[in-house]
Write a protein that binds this ligand. Structure first.
Ligand SMILES: CC(C)c1ccc(C(=O)O)c(O)c1O
Ligand SMILES: [Fe+2]
Length: 285
């Protein structure tokens, strides 16, 4: 079993680093940690970085998860190879470009690029946002899946994810006490479905709603409230069509031993109990 400890980063390829920086700082509200010739590193919390835009094709999207140590990384590589996943070990230069000690790269059954890392760096310097969006941290990602039922088996049986709730066949899965770190959403091709940052309070969600509208940022879904995690949310579009979510109040699973996943119907109210429609985010709902 591959024990995922935490979400470390998202890496997004882009042909236009300048536009990505304008969005990440002026709209999303992240802090620039470092600019390199071919990459932009952004912080949202105690992590040294949680989002990296790099010069590349927008289809190049990678999610990094922390594992315990080198032994766990080696065991994960062996387990994945035994299941016929192609595993690539990152070079020292690539690890340095991710602020980690070591990592492996592989694809999940849909073809999403996943990295497992050891010792992702934190920074003691307080996160200093570029815009007062109220961000308190990088929280979860939605991942495209060509077969959510198959991929749920991968994430829960090969890895240690646990299903907190399902909406139709969309599993919201946790790897620690937080309600979910990963969601799988049906799609025709691999890719990151959305990237979530937590904000401090509902006032931040609503302030950003008006801010984004004023700055002509496409709102994709919300403002609304998820009946699953209880979070108040807002989804909007960034460069290369990548969807970002602000939310506040994502719940925690109180008792790991006794929690049973709840099954919600696949209908708009299961995505937003206030009545916002998720059509832009979940086609066909
Ligand atoms: C995958 C979708 C749209 C989703 C559903 C529920 C929650 C939640 O309970 O917080 C999300 O964060 C989502 O992104
Ligand atoms: Fe989300």
């Amino acid at each position: 079993m591959i024990e995922l400890k935490d979400l470390s980063y998202v890496r997004l390829g882009t042909a236009d680093l300048a536009t990505a920086e304008t969005f990440a700082t002026g709209v999303l509200g992240l802090e620039v940690r470092e600019r390199r010739r071919d990459a932009l590193y952004l912080r949202s919390d105690q992590r040294a970085h949680s989002l990296c835009y790099f010069e590349g094709a927008p289809e190049e999207q990678i999610i990094g998860f922390e594992v315990e140590n080198t032994a766990a990384l080696d065991a994960a590589a062996a387990a994945l190879e035994a299941l016929r996943h192609k595993v690539r070990r990152g070079s020292a230069a690539e690890a340095q470009a991710r602020y980690v000690s070591e990592f492996i790269n592989f694809r999940d059954p849909t073809g999403n690029q996943i990295e497992l890392v050891t010792r992702p760096q934190l920074s003691a310097r307080r996160h200093f946002p570029s815009r007062d969006a109220g961000i308190t941290g990088f929280n979860h990602v939605g991942l495209n899946s060509t077969d959510p039922v198959r991929d749920e088996v991968f994430w829960t049986q090969v890895c240690n994810a646990r299903v907190s709730d399902r909406i139709g066949d969309i599993p919201l899965m946790r790897i620690n006490a937080i309600h979910h770190t990963l969601a799988l959403v049906q799609a025709a091709q691999p890719g990151i479905q959305h990237i979530n940052h937590q904000v401090a309070e509902v006032d931040d969600v609503m302030r950003s709603y008006y801010f984004l509208r004023e700055h002509n940022v496409p709102i994709v879904f919300g403002p609304g409230r998820h009946p699953t995690s209880g979070a108040r949310f807002l989804y909007f579009k960034g460069p290369d069509g990548v969807v970002f979510e602000y939310s506040c109040g994502v719940g925690e699973i109180a008792d790991e031993a006794t929690h049973r996943p709840r099954q919600f119907t696949r209908e708009p109210l299961s995505f937003c109990m206030w009545g916002a429609t998720p059509g832009g985010l979940i086609p066909g709902v």
